[in-house]
Design a protein around this ligand. Structure first.
Ligand SMILES: Cc1cc2nc3c(=O)[nH]c(=O)nc-3n(C[C@H](O)[C@H](O)[C@H](O)COP(=O)(O)OP(=O)(O)OC[C@H]3O[C@@H](n4cnc5c(N)ncnc54)[C@H](O)[C@@H]3O)c2cc1C
Length: 337
């Protein structure tokens, strides 16, 4: 049986999305543990332009499926082609980004292949699993699919012992991206399967809207929570972020209060970030918030409550009222620079 680790390569016809590069980096680690091969599967109408970048993550093989009908993502023909390739080459694992595309595609592929899928994994490992029972059965080298469950109150490890491929989605920003290196792998051209029934949806026009917030790429994030107190006060967070050249983040409570748009939400149901500096202002540090920012290199917490959970993970703790502390920080920074 093949032990190949596949990553679905998501692209926008110009470049490979970061989430796929993060998954290739993680996939490399998994494939090394399994002493197996890392493979990218690319669907499109001109895939060659992506090869160099994909191989740059020490990808051993690219399964390339090219056809003009596969130029843009459409769930039905993409599903058919991934399922077909999977039946032909029997991957052990397939990873998808938990993007709009991945969330639509991965469950369809899993359902057609009659195998399991774990969404939004925060960690992936290779390990053994013993099925309890009168005669315990040991499964070797399974994909341990780890993610928060029950509202973040437990961390669940999910396995898919019998039906392969083992499939998981991971949100952008969760896995660390490796440096690109010079590497040459093998390209395997897979015959596309284009069926009339899969082409019921026609893309008439594509409108590109640039994301205004780039939290995953930011090296400094100043985030505000309920402790900010009001929409008006949120201007303080924006000002500090501007002075430091960073982006504005927020807790879900601040988003729910209508103080800031959901695009700024950090956490389990928001964006996962790992900036060099994360300043949490008036954020208590719930598990769901921590899930999205705990990997930040330096965490500064400004909170009235010295016992708040965020203080337990902060490298620098400022106990005080943020409406007083932040103006002092802005003044001090402006004077220094
Ligand atoms: C399934 C699920 C998913 C979730 N997903 C997310 C998610 O993605 N992201 C997320 O953030 N949350 C998420 N939550 C919500 C989460 O559980 C918390 O409710 C939320 O993170 C709390 O936000 P907060 O820290 O801003 O508010 P609070 O918990 O109310 O904390 C406010 C903090 O501000 C401090 N404070 C008050 N006034 C001041 C002041 N003047 N100066 C300084 N400090 C002050 C307080 O001491 C307190 O620590 C999720 C919950 C569930 C159930």
């Amino acid at each position: 049986m093949s032990r190949e680790v596949w990553v679905f390569i998501e692209h926008n016809n110009e470049k490979v999305l970061d989430v796929s590069k993060e998954l290739l980096s993680e996939g490399r680690r998994l494939a090394d543990t399994l002493k197996s091969e890392l493979c990218g599967i690319i669907l499109g109408d001109d895939n060659k332009k992506f090869y160099k970048e994909v191989f740059g993550f020490k990808t051993d093989k690219i399964y390339s499926i090219e056809h003009k009908e596969l130029k843009d993502f459409r769930a039905l023909p993409y599903t058919t082609n991934i399922v077909n390739a999977s039946k032909k080459f029997n991957p052990y694992i397939i990873l998808f980004g938990a993007t709009l595309t991945g969330r639509e595609l991965a469950p369809r592929v899993a359902s057609k292949l009659r195998c399991g899928l774990t969404a939004d994994c925060t960690e992936l490992k290779i390990g053994d699993y013993t099925q309890p029972g009168p005669q315990p059965k040991v499964y070797k080298d399974l994909l341990l699919q780890i993610r928060p469950a029950f509202g973040g109150n437990i961390i669940a490890t999910i396995v898919n012992p019998e039906m392969h491929p083992q499939m998981a989605t991971v949100r952008p920003g969760v896995m660390k991206m490796n440096e690109i290196v010079k590497f040459e792998g093998k390209v395997i051209n897979v015959e596309p399967v284009i069926e009339e029934k899969d082409l019921v949806l026609t893309i008439v026009e594509k409108i590109k809207q640039e994301k205004k917030v780039n939290l995953t790429g930011a090296s400094i994030i100043v985030a505000g929570g309920m402790g900010v107190g009001s929409k008006e006060n949120f201007k303080l967070i924006e000002e500090l972020a501007k002075v430091l050249g960073g982006e504005v983040g927020a807790s879900r409570a601040a988003v729910d209060a209508g103080w800031i748009h959901k695009d700024h939400q950090v956490g389990q149901t928001g964006v996962t970030v790992r900036p060099k500096l994360y300043i949490a202002c008036g954020i208590s540090g719930s598990v769901q918030h921590l899930a999205g920012m705990i990997e930040s290199k330096q965490i500064v917490a400004i909170n009235k409550d010295p016992e708040a959970d965020i203080m337990k993970v902060a490298h620098y703790k400022i106990v005080g009222d943020l409406t007083k502390v932040i103006p002092m920080m802005i003044k001090a920074y402006k004077e220094k620079v």
